[in-house]
Design a protein around this ligand. Structure first.
Ligand code: SF4
Ligand code: FES
Length: 235
C-alpha cells in the first residue's frame, strides 16, 4: 500500500526557521511501523531528517511523537492502525530543537526533583535485604512500568497551559517510591507534590492515561497521591 506521509520540519541552522511540513509517498506493508517509514525517508530521501529512536521495540521511550494528533511511540504505531494518511509532529509543550527532537531537559529536571530513587538509610535486620510481601510489591507495580517517554505529560492540558506543572510522568515516578514499603522518603515527596505546581494542577482530563504506551493507570496514580496528601495515609 502507498502511504502519504507528512512530516514536521524545523531546522534553524539550515535556514528552516519556521515550522513547515515535507510530504513523501512511501510504499509500506500494513504491519510496518511509523518509525520504519521515517527511517526509510531518512535513508532514501533526506538524511537530515532528525528524530530520536533507540530500541525500536517500545522499551526505551525515546520516540514519542504526535501521529495524526495522538501521542504515540513511532516504533509501536502500525500503518494498519493509523491509516495511509499520516501526519507526524513533535510532542507538544517542549521546545523544538530540530524536526522531532525536543528539549527534554525540563522534563527530566521535573522528574529528578521528586527524588526518583529509594530513600532508606536503615540497615535491614539481617544486614542483607529489605523484605517485602507480594501485596506490598503489588501496591506500586503499575507505576514501575514507566519508560519516561513523556507521552503523558505532553498530552496534558494543564502542562500545556503552564509548563511549571510537574506533570503526570513525574507524579507516576514519585508514586512508584511513595507507595514502596521499603522507602522512607514519602513525606518529602508528598510535601513537594502538594505545592502549587504539584498534583492539584491535575484537572483529571485523562489524556495522560489514554496516551501512555505502557497502559499505566496514570490518572489513578495521581488520584492516589492526592488521597495520600489529604488523608496522610499510604494505604
Ligand atoms: S507514565 Fe506512561 S506515558 Fe507517561 S512517561 Fe511513563 S510510560 Fe510514558
Ligand atoms: S525506539 Fe525505543 S520506545 Fe520506540
Amino acid at each position: 500500500m502507498l502511504v502519504h506521509l507528512r512530516l514536521f520540519r524545523y531546522n534553524p541552522e539550515a535556514g528552516r526557521n519556521k515550522p513547515s511540513y515535507d510530504t513523501y509517498n512511501v510504499e509500506a506493508d500494513p504491519t510496518d511501523r511509523v518509525l520504519d517509514l521515517m527511517e526509510h525517508v531518512k535513508a532514501y530521501n533526506d538524511p537530515t531528517l532528525s528524530f530520536r529512536r533507540s530500541c525500536a521495540h517500545g522499551v526505551c521511550g525515546s520516540d514519542a511523537m504526535r501521529i495524526n494528533g495522538r501521542n504515540l511511540l513511532a516504533c509501536k504505531a502500525l500503518v494498519q492502525d493509523v491509516g495511509t494518511e499520516i501526519t507526524v509532529e513533535p510532542i507538544l509543550g517542549m521546545k523544538v530543537i530540530k524536526d522531532f527532537i525536543v528539549d527534554m531537559e525540563p522534563f527530566f529536571e521535573s522528574y529528578r526533583s521528586l527524588s526518583p530513587f529509594l530513600i532508606n538509610d536503615d540497615i535491614p535486620e539481617d544486614g542483607k535485604e529489605r523484605r517485602q510481601s507480594i501485596e506490598q510489591r503489588e501496591r506500586f507495580d503499575d507505576t514501575t512500568k514507566c519508560i519516561l517517554c513523556a507521552a503523558c505529560t505532553t498530552s496534558c492540558p494543564s502542562f500545556w497551559s503552564d509548563e511549571a506543572y510537574v506533570g503526570p510522568a513525574t507524579i507516576v515516578n514519585a508514586h512508584r517510591f511513595i507507595f514502596d514499603s521499603r522507602d522512607n522518603g514519602a513525606e518529602g515527596r508528598l510535601e513537594r507534590l502538594s505545592e502549587e505546581m504539584g498534583v492539584w494542577r491535575c484537572r483529571t482530563a485523562f489524556n495522560c492515561t489514554e496516551a501512555c504506551p505502557r497502559e499505566i493507570h496514570v490518572t489513578q496514580a495521581i488520584a492516589e497521591v492526592k488521597k495520600a496528601i489529604t488523608s496522610g495515609r499510604l494505604d
